[in-house]
Design a protein around this ligand. Structure first.
Ligand SMILES: Nc1ncnc2c1ncn2[C@@H]1O[C@H](COP(=O)(O)OP(=O)(O)O)[C@@H](O)[C@H]1O
Ligand SMILES: O=c1ccn([C@@H]2O[C@H](COP(=O)(O)OP(=O)(O)O)[C@@H](O)[C@H]2O)c(=O)[nH]1
Length: 198
């Protein structure tokens, strides 16, 4: 059987990853797996042994140890029974990348990395807007956001560079309105599909 296909979706906090993933699901039939959502679901389980750890890491804008995230991703992929996945918000640091390469990378085909490019000020406004609109997230506040952006700059950008050096990154200007951003996303998907790897 063919290996499941994976696209990593990366970008700063609030760049619009989740918003665009939903549109990709609607138009291109992928399963959307947000690493952050999976961690928040795990945190919410009363019997989870990782609940407190996850809450602390998320509030502090730190990246949860990869064993936890990879096992959540693997379970979600298996449970879906599907073969095309958008993995949103992962891998975010070297520990994530090493854990992925050691455990899951050989079992899937990584098609490319979709990177949403958006300056910090725009992203901060979006996250604060999301918080004000009732996201209920303990990290959509200025104190956590500073930490999340430090983590993004220091830990996630080097991972994007790692994939850039391998020619795998498709860059999208994420500053425009959601429909305009998606117009560009559609072009990328159409282009890659024409390459025959879908
Ligand atoms: N292109 C856009 N323009 C303006 N606001 C956006 C855009 N994309 C997303 N948003 C809003 O910004 C916030 C963060 O978007 P989201 O998709 O959750 O980002 P991420 O998953 O990257 O954190 C949400 O409130 C969302 O509605
Ligand atoms: O692979 C992941 C993905 C997310 N997170 C944590 O979850 C938070 C929120 O991530 P999400 O992708 O949901 O939102 P974003 O910060 O991109 O808006 C991050 O700051 C991290 O603390 C993590 O530890 N590992």
């Amino acid at each position: 059987m063919a290996k499941p296909k994976v696209i990593f979706v990366l970008g700063a906090p609030g760049a619009g990853k989740g918003t665009q993933c939903q549109k990709i699901v609607d138009n291109f039939g992928y399963v959307h797996l947000s690493a952050g959502d999976l961690l928040r679901e795990e945190r919410a389980k009363p019997d989870s042994k990782y609940g407190e750890l996850i809450e602390t890491y998320i509030r502090e804008g730190k990246i949860v140890p990869v064993e936890i995230t990879c096992s959540l991703l693997e379970n979600a992929m298996k449970k879906s029974g599907k073969e095309k996945f958008l993995i949103d918000g992962f891998p975010r640091n070297q520990n994530n990348l090493d854990g992925w390469n050691k455990t899951l990378a050989d079992n899937v085909k990584l098609l490319f990395v979709l990177f949403f490019d958006c300056p910090k000020e725009v992203c901060v406004d979006r996250c604060l807007g999301r918080g004000a609109a009732g996201s209920g997230r303990s990290d959509d506040n200025m104190q956590s956001l500073e930490k999340r952006f430090n983590t993004f700059t220091q830990e996630t950008q080097p991972i994007v560079k790692y994939y850039e050096e391998r020619g795998l990154v498709r860059n999208i200007d994420a500053t425009k309105a959601p429909e305009d951003v998606f117009g560009r996303v559609k072009e990328v998907f159409t282009e890659v599909e024409a390459g025959g790897d879908f």
